[in-house]
Ligand binder design. Structure first.
Ligand code: HEM
Length: 381
């Protein structure tokens, strides 16, 4: 069987060095070789970006396992539903209800109120602003605002840094954060409540799911929000309540925070004329799939109009900012609610953002984010 094509590799380190330094360029070079290509990342890895590969990886959970994926490297994400293979469907079944669109509507007013707890400056760095706004919204949705904001910030801040910072063990911080979580969970069990912790605390492992999902939800939403603001500041014609959803969708197409998802092969697999070995890393890339010129018109352009065209649906298994299949993002509706509320607030007083200066270069870390800062001024149009 033919070997997989692969980008140029270094004699000893394979592709590891480029993966650590410039992973997007490496992915793009690989994608130019074909729909499936190989990488040497310490382990053999296979990367695909075709709709058929995405579909297979995201729906064949027996073959494409999460245990042993990249998430194990980051203590924040190494646990709970993210690494569950056995019994994943049942666990999701238990976790899904409080994260449904309908349940979250009941929290919208609280999220809205939490946003407004800080004044909205006229000039702001969209990245720093988004960071604080998302923390307040998560605190409101999960804890009714009861979590010590400083501790929440300290706990989540390392995730935003480049590797290896997010991968370093932080036993003291995790223990302190865990104690506060346990205390609040205990209060919910004793006195009831209606926030997300109230629902999660009732399940075995619910406290860990709270921690893991907060970590999965913070940077992802922060980066999306910052990029939305930056795009609105470049193209203020889109800064209207009716077009914000299209702006969010288009931002997620070009800059999916989950730029790459990983699994491990639980068995040898023959796929598309290649033999993929058991134990290999298997990667899909919402970044590559969302920019494939064979599937998307104006693939590399920020073009929100596509989402407003009558009857438009994204190409199947190629628009994956929230992943897909059974492991689709647990917080998808929560993220959408937070993004909408924050952007509506930004435009509420009739001002729209205008870019002053900034560096929007995409920086892939645990999630894809802009290098920043992204300084904008809000002006009356
Ligand atoms: C714009 C914001 C967000 C984006 C782009 C995003 C993206 C993703 C993606 C791509 C996956 C699938 C990863 C894979 O297939 O390996 C995922 C899974 C997940 N996300 Fe999100 N996410 C966002 C916000 C959130 C929020 C707010 C939460 C809070 C609940 C959350 C919790 C999770 C969890 C727990 C999983 C794992 C689900 C499972 O394995 O069953 N995410 N997310």
């Amino acid at each position: 069987m033919p070997a997989l094509p692969e980008p140029t590799r270094q004699p000893f380190s394979g592709h590891l060095q480029r993966w650590a330094g410039q992973p997007l360029a490496l992915l793009q070079e690989g994608a130019a070789l074909g729909p499936l290509f190989g990488l040497h990342l310490g382990l053999p890895a296979v990367v695909g970006h075709s709709p058929a590969w995405n579909r297979r990886l995201l729906t064949d959970l027996d073959t494409f396992r999460s245990a042993g994926s990249f998430s194990v490297v980051v203590p924040y994400l190494a646990g709970g539903i993210i690494l569950t293979d056995q019994g994943h469907a049942e666990r999701r079944h238990a976790l899904n209800p409080p994260f449904s669109k309908r349940s979250l509507e009941l929290l919208r007013a609280r999220v809205r109120g939490a946003l407004r707890a800080e004044p909205l400056p006229t000039t702001l760095d969209a990245l720093a602003w988004a960071d604080r706004a998302v923390l307040r919204m998560l605190n409101a949705a999960y804890f009714s605002g009861d979590f010590d904001p400083e501790l929440l910030h300290r706990f989540l801040a390392p995730l935003r840094h480049p590797f290896p910072v997010p991968a370093l063990p932080r036993p003291l911080l995790f223990a302190r954060f865990g104690r506060e979580l346990q205390r609040l969970a205990q209060m919910r069990l004793l006195h009831g409540g209606d926030d997300l912790l109230h629902h999660l605390a009732r399940w075995p492992g619910g406290v860990q799911e709270t921690r893991v999902s907060l970590a999965a939800g913070h940077d992802t939403t922060t980066h999306t929000l910052a990029w939305c603001v930056w795009h609105l500041a470049q193209q203020p014609q889109w800064a209207q309540p009716e077009t914000l959803r299209a702006v969010i969708r288009e931002t997620l197409r070009l800059y999916p925070p989950g730029w790459m998802g990983s699994r491990r092969l639980s068995r040898d697999l023959e796929y598309s004329g290649h033999r993929l070995p058991r134990g290999a890393l298997a990667l899909y890339s919402p970044y590559l799939s969302g920019r494939d010129p064979a599937l998307w018109a104006h693939a590399d352009t920020f073009w929100p109009e596509r989402w407003l065209e009558e009857g438009f649906t994204p190409p199947a298994w190629s628009y994956l900012p929230f992943g897909g299949g059974e492991r689709v993002c647990l917080g998808m509706h929560l993220a959408q609610l937070m993004l909408e509320e924050a952007l509506l607030w930004l435009l509420e007083d009739g001002r729209t953002p205008r870019a002053l200066h900034g560096d929007p270069t995409p920086r892939p870390g645990v999630t894809l984010g802009p290098a920043g800062p992204l300084v904008v001024e809000r002006v009356f149009s």
